[in-house]
Design a protein. Structure first.
Length: 462
């Protein structure tokens, strides 16, 4: 615990939905829900206008539509959100070398390590300056919490929402935490919260009164002792700038259960390709390939295969995932598939082989004797199936488009061979709506436009 509130927690306000509202003038001030739009989709983020109807993240999309039938429902644009996140993280990096990102829209910052704050006044100044810079750079708002520990800084930012700043004075922790629900503490999820409720503990002060021995008896030595300390306001976790990834994975939930074995294999291969894309983007390779299959009855099977060395070769990952699938019974249907890579490293086994060959002076070509690797294109070894271009998938609600005559716009909806587009830009007034045939040659997918103008400090979002 610090004597000054020099740990900052930033949480962008309804990030995905707010970014969509900033990009689409006609949606500002209206309920917006971002997430999977299929019958099994879930809400990723809801705007504050949608939250008034009871919509919240992780809610089934079907339930959200019942609560807010007139909201705008959009697919996520993660590349767009990531580009905004990079701008925000750059601003945080100017405050301190110790920035700990938790997600695209959330991070801790050690202001003391950056030399920008050592007391209440300087911490407040840094926090307010950050909020102004984020608004000027991205056009979005973020909420800031300041405290002497990570736990309390996060609690403060939650109280600051939306678009505010809250500072918790060191020394007031127990008074502030006492009446709050036990769920506010790190590590207390629904299951632990229910376990504590059954034991008669619903507030943080209840935990303090129960004592460490009772919490250890209920939750075990490590969890019980840690929870007791946090209930008293103690949290000495440092802000960690580098958080090593343990795995990289992707998964898809299907609107309709998959029964065709060939289709399931094709989906696994596509997931493997996407997973390798993320793996390479993070600068890693991995040794263990993991396949996840959730069947029609919600039973989930996980299978893994460990290679001789780390790889980022899409063909290797695809073939390993295919072998794992062969050992899984998919009778009855599959509702979710996932492919992951763990045992991460920052090199590949192929790199080591290449280095060894170079040192030995070997330069054998494909035709060299001794079993050299044949120069066979991956596509020839495993033909990649063409992805169907259904109109509804190509013209997903919320995606950017550009028309040869009308310029930039975004998809409001599509179906029955037609696509409806609203033509507007972030700095324009709400635009007009027009409808086209889905194969109109003058309409094509577009790129996100900058949320702010060319003012100094505002980089374009691409």
């Amino acid at each position: 615990m610090r004597a000054a509130p020099t740990i900052l927690h930033l949480d962008m306000d309804a990030f995905f939905a707010a970014a969509e509202q900033a990009a689409k003038p006609s949606l500002r001030g209206k309920p917006v829900v971002v997430g999977g739009l299929g019958p099994r989709g879930v809400v990723a983020t809801a705007s504050y206008e949608a939250r008034r109807f009871g919509v919240h993240s992780a809610m089934p999309m079907a339930q959200a539509r019942r609560l807010a039938p007139n909201a705008a429902y959009l697919v996520p644009r993660f590349g767009f959100y990531r580009s905004i996140s990079e701008q925000v993280m750059e601003l945080l990096g100017r405050l301190s070398p110790l920035v700990e990102p938790l997600s695209l829209d959330e991070a801790f910052v050690d202001l003391e390590a950056g030399g920008v704050a050592d007391d209440r006044a300087s911490a407040l100044e840094a926090g307010e300056r950050l909020r102004r810079d984020i608004l000027a750079t991205t056009g979005l708002t973020g909420s800031v919490g300041l405290a002497g520990s990570k736990m309390l800084a996060k609690i403060a930012s939650e109280e600051a929402k939306p678009d505010g700043l809250v500072l918790i004075e060191p020394g007031t922790e127990r008074e502030l935490l006492g009446p709050k629900s036990v769920r506010i503490l790190p590590g207390v999820g629904p299951a632990t919260g229910e376990h504590l409720r059954r034991a008669g503990m619903t507030t943080v002060s209840d935990l303090v009164e129960a004592g460490e021995d009772e919490l250890v008896r209920l939750l075990g030595r490590a969890h019980g002792a840690s929870l007791y300390r946090m209930a008293q306001g103690y949290d000495d976790r440092p802000v960690v700038a580098e958080r090593d990834a343990k795995s990289v994975s992707v998964e898809d939930t299907f609107d309709v259960d998959l029964h065709d074995r060939v289709r399931i294999r094709i989906e696994v291969e596509r997931l493997a390709e996407r997973c390798v894309g993320r793996l390479r983007a993070s600068g890693h390779s991995g040794r263990t390939i993991v396949l996840k299959v959730r069947r029609f009855d919600f039973s989930t099977l996980t299978r893994s295969e460990t290679l001789r060395g780390p790889t980022d070769d899409p063909l290797v990952v695809r073939e390993a995932a295919g072998r794992l699938l062969e050992g899984v019974d998919t009778t009855g249907g599959v509702r979710l598939l996932g492919v992951g890579v763990s045992g991460l490293a920052d090199y590949t086994q192929e790199d080591l082989f290449a280095q060894a060959a170079e040192l030995a002076g070997e330069a054998a070509g494909p035709e060299a004797p001794g079993g050299g690797v044949e120069d066979v294109p991956a596509a020839a070894a495993a033909p990649e199936p063409e992805e169907p271009q259904a109109a509804e998938r190509r013209w997903a609600p919320g995606n950017d488009v550009r028309h040869a005559v009308y310029g930039a716009g975004w998809v409001q909806g599509s179906g029955v061979g037609r696509v409806t587009v609203r033509f507007e830009e972030p700095q324009s007034p709400p635009g007009r709506v027009r409808t086209f045939l889905v194969d109109d040659p003058e309409l094509e997918p577009g790129e996100p436009l900058p949320l702010v103008g060319d003012a100094e400090g505002g980089a374009a979002v691409a």
